[in-house]
Design a protein around this ligand. Structure first.
Ligand code: PLP
Ligand code: ZN
Length: 375
């Protein structure tokens, strides 16, 4: 459907390029790959399509429609919540097929796996990315091995197994899991949500949806949880696509929320550093979805936040618990990581002038962590 020039994967470290159909998840120098994909937005066609994220077909980096692996996911509701007296527009991204926004990335990445004719992949995750990759691989009949830390929520582990993935529970930290999967990735394709650029070209659809649902307008600020940055960098990518395509003349401020127990990005941001501290040690937090001590795209995240004139803020465990029950009383049953975001929104709202258009996202469903809320 699209003309493919052959060099679209670009290394962030050494600028080497690779073709889009080379099965590389990182550069031979060890660097991170970014995907350059010019997006187009034919609005007259978009509005006639079904309400799911593939309505932005011309912006998504899959050449062949036959390769698509989809449950017609996305185009989640954008609904107002009143927080600290302000209206905050909230994307209900816990309403995806696997109950977290990770399906945005999985539908695009697993479609790419199918386009590459891969039949076996590995992935690591604190839970939700593993669920999403496992579900989409099941639909694509691709076999997958998922590595998770032993501390992950039990419901997420059950869900991964139920999809037929081979589950590897790794004792120790989230970083120990990342090390174990890198070992496995030596002999299998690494369908990583943090390394693989195709994942980010799925999460970017949240920006397109916000733009369309606000009547083709760009909000003033978008507040998201941030660990590995799949959502934050996806949003940055998506809004930048809209600017490049001439559909918008600015991007919103991007504000990332971290748990104060594990906040390497917050620490580096406020230190004015361009990358996170080496060997950063995090403590356990209820917000397991963002408990990432060493985000591999840390530098990119800091750059994206600064370029948007946004910021990074932290919330503590008590605030997370408070928002968790507040959200449930609003009818929104979400997991603690999603509640952490709203704690961040409340903090942001305290210092803001009225009249800003504020958007945020509820990232994961409450049933995923039902046993954890009383910690
Ligand atoms: C993955 C996840 C996040 C954060 O994503 P990062 O890519 O680590 O920044 C937030 N909330 C939930 C529920 C998640 O699963
Ligand atoms: Zn390189």
């Amino acid at each position: 459907m699209k003309q493919q020039s052959d060099k679209q994967l670009v290394c962030a470290s050494c600028s080497a390029t690779y073709g889009c159909n080379d099965a590389h998840w990182r550069c031979s120098c060890g660097g991170i790959l970014n995907l350059v994909w010019p997006a187009q937005f034919p609005k007259a066609l978009i509005v006639k399509r079904k309400p799911n994220l593939w309505r932005y077909r011309e912006a998504l980096p899959i050449a062949h429609d036959e390769a698509l692996v989809t449950f017609e996911e996305g185009y989640t509701p954008l609904l107002p919540l009143t927080i600290s007296g302000l209206t905050v527009w909230c994307k209900h991204d816990y309403l995806f097929p696997t109950l977290s926004y990770k399906d945005r990335g999985a539908t695009v990445l697993v479609s790419k796996l199918r386009e590459l004719h891969l039949d076996r992949v590995v992935e690591d995750s604190s839970g939700n990315a593993g669920c999403a990759i496992a579900a989409y691989c099941a639909r694509a009949e691709i076999s997958c091995d998922i590595y998770v830390p032993a501390s992950a929520s039990q419901a997420k582990l059950e869900q991964i197994k139920a999809y037929g993935a081979t589950l590897h529970v790794v004792p120790g930290s989230r970083e120990a899991t990342a090390t174990a999967v890198l070992h496995a990735a030596a002999t299998s394709y690494y369908a990583s949500h943090s390394w693989n650029p195709f994942f980010f070209h799925g999460t970017k659809t949240i920006a397109y949806e916000i733009w369309e649902q606000l009547g083709w307008q760009i909000p003033d600020v978008v507040i998201v949880p941030v660990g590995n940055g799949t959502l934050l960098l996806g949003a940055a990518l998506g809004f930048n696509d809209l600017v490049s395509a001439g559909e918008a003349n600015r991007i919103p401020k991007l504000v990332g929320v971290q748990a104060s127990a594990c906040a390497p990005l917050f620490e580096a941001f406020h230190r004015g550093a361009s990358s996170i501290a080496k060997g950063f040690q995090g403590k356990p937090t209820l917000a397991e979805g963002i408990a990432i001590a060493e985000p591999i795209r840390g530098k990119q995240i800091l750059e994206a936040v600064r370029r948007s004139r946004g910021s990074i803020l932290t919330v503590d465990e008590e605030q997370v618990l408070g928002e968790l029950s507040w959200l449930a009383r609003q009818g929104c049953y979400v997991e603690p990581t999603a509640a952490a975001t709203i704690a961040g929104v409340r903090k942001y709202c305290e210092g803001v002038r009225d009249g800003e258009v504020i958007v945020t996202v509820l990232t994961g469903h409450g049933l995923k962590a039902a046993g954890k809320r009383s910690c």
